[in-house]
Design a protein around this ligand. Structure first.
Ligand SMILES: Cc1ncc(C[n+]2csc(CCOP(=O)(O)OP(=O)(O)O)c2C)c(N)n1
Ligand code: SF4
Length: 249
């Protein structure tokens, strides 16, 4: 059998997403960011919404996300307004890479750093009396009326990659259908910041980051809030007021 006998459209099992630009990513080998970029590109492409998508890149290691996925982008400082956007129920998808550290700036303690976890700024481990408690961001955002879908995923195994892709698809569908804010937390490894090999980092992540405070398994956990008809009616009313205001402007 010749090589060209195998390379046929019907034998194709995987294709690089066209929306993923052919450039070298700056991420460290073993980092979860690149895998997530690929999934985002795949989902946008498969849903056929590239022309309608506007990405907002953060100021962490994903700062150059606009170089990698071929949609329109703008840049925004990380974190500051996210909770208010969730509270307002903006029809956006927030992809929250939780690697429990400040990766980009050299591995300092982040709000999500675990108790006892060593970082550049808590070299003896995070202490609640000195450094406060880790922020459980996902359950917190799930409490807000504006969020319609909040989930925790990971991308360290093939099965988890598939689940995360499904979660991203659901989140984008929610935005298209104006259901409110969707938050997809992706529990991620920062092997460089944690000073571990990629393999050990994934193991550490599984052992230490995969249980929520309530003791439930992180993987696939969904905090789904059904948008009540009353709330939607309220939104309709609010939109009409907005239109009236615009009319007088
Ligand atoms: C208020 C504020 N303090 C400090 C910084 C400097 N800074 C830039 S990126 C960054 C770390 C970002 O970490 P994270 O958002 O967790 O993403 P990661 O690099 O880990 O992927 C910091 C501290 C900043 N931009 N804003
Ligand atoms: S420093 Fe951490 S988060 Fe940043 S690219 Fe490297 S592994 Fe990824």
């Amino acid at each position: 059998m010749e090589l060209n006998d195998i390379i046929k459209p019907e034998n194709k099992v995987y294709a690089e997403p066209k929306l993923l630009n052919r450039v070298h990513m700056h991420y460290c080998p073993g980092c979860s960011h690149g895998v997530v970029h690929k999934l985002v590109a795949q989902v946008i492409e498969e849903m056929g919404v590239a022309e309608k998508t506007v990405g907002i890149s953060p100021v962490g290691c994903a700062v150059f996300a606009y170089n990698y996925i071929d949609v329109d982008w703008e840049e925004a400082p990380h974190g500051r307004e996210s909770i208010h956007a969730c509270n307002r129920g903006e029809n956006i998808v927030i992809i929250f890479i939780n690697n429990a550290i400040y990766g980009m700036t050299g591995g300092q303690m982040a709000p999500t750093t675990l108790l006892g976890q060593k970082t550049a700024t808590c070299p003896y481990g995070r202490r609640p009396d000195l450094n406060g408690y880790p922020l459980a961001i996902t359950p917190l955002l799930a409490q807000l009326d504006g969020t319609c879908y909040v989930t925790r995923q990971s991308v360290h195994t093939a099965a988890n990659v598939r689940k995360t892709k499904a979660a991203l698809k659901k989140a984008f569908e929610n935005s298209i259908n104006c259901k409110g804010t969707s938050v997809v937390e992706i529990v991620s490894a920062c092997n460089t910041g944690w000073k571990l090999t990629p393999e050990k980092a994934n193991k550490w992540m599984e052992e230490n980051m995969f249980h929520s405070r309530e003791g439930q398994q992180v993987d696939g956990r969904e905090y789904v809030r059904q948008v009540s008809p009353g709330r939607l009616e309220g939104l309709e009313r609010w939109y009409s007021t907005l239109k009236i205001r615009r009319h007088y402007d």
